[in-house]
Design a protein around this ligand. Structure first.
Ligand code: ZN
Length: 181
């Protein structure tokens, strides 16, 4: 088990676009395991590679702790692509391990279709709704360098600015290892 420090808002890697994965190597499997360990240690339900300091286009999901998803198996999505987003959208509160203690309502599509490669290098396509769709869209955003503050209205972002500054300066209480900044 290896827990790695989580990148925090302001870290450059969170603004970089992820690099496509060509093959699922042993090194990649090791990184994926570290991502699960790090996410679970911080009680997260979704986690993108750049949050763990990795450049690859990967995120992991583990929704077993969420209401209605108890039987849901953990998923690894490699090179994910959002191929459909419903016009019907909803606001719901989101948090992010790279934005400790911050919460904001984010507008996202209710239903999406996503394609990705699994760890057996097979192409998979799934339709997702509700929480699953939201978590996938949130993690996909990380892979294109976007985060919650980029998905809220300008006035909301202004209201969050003091909190964001505190996070960048690491002036918040965080119960899991983070980067030094
Ligand atoms: Zn996040």
């Amino acid at each position: 088990m290896a827990i790695v420090p989580i990148s925090i808002y302001g870290d450059k890697i969170l603004r970089q676009k992820a690099l496509p994965v060509k093959e699922v190597s042993d090194d990649l499997i090791r990184k994926i395991k570290n991502m699960f360990d790090t996410m679970r240690n911080a009680n997260g339900i979704g986690f993108a590679a750049n949050q763990a300091g990795y450049r690859e286009s990967i995120f992991v999901l583990d929704l077993e702790g969420a209401d209605g998803y108890e039987k849901f198996k953990p998923i690894v999505m490699i090179n994910p692509k959002i191929i459909l987003q419903s016009d019907e959208k909803s606001f719901k509160e989101e948090g992010c391990l790279s934005l400790p203690n911050l919460h904001a309502n984010v507008l996202r599509s209710d239903i999406i279709k996503v394609s990705y490669m699994d760890t057996d290098e097979k192409e998979v396509e799934i339709e997702a709704g509700d929480l699953l769709a939201r978590v996938i869209l949130h993690e996909y955003d990380h892979l294109i360098g976007k985060m919650i503050p980029d998905r809220v209205a300008e006035d909301v972002k202004t209201k969050l600015s003091a909190e964001l500054a505190n996070i960048m300066n690491r002036e918040v209480e965080i119960e899991y290892p983070i980067t030094e900044g």
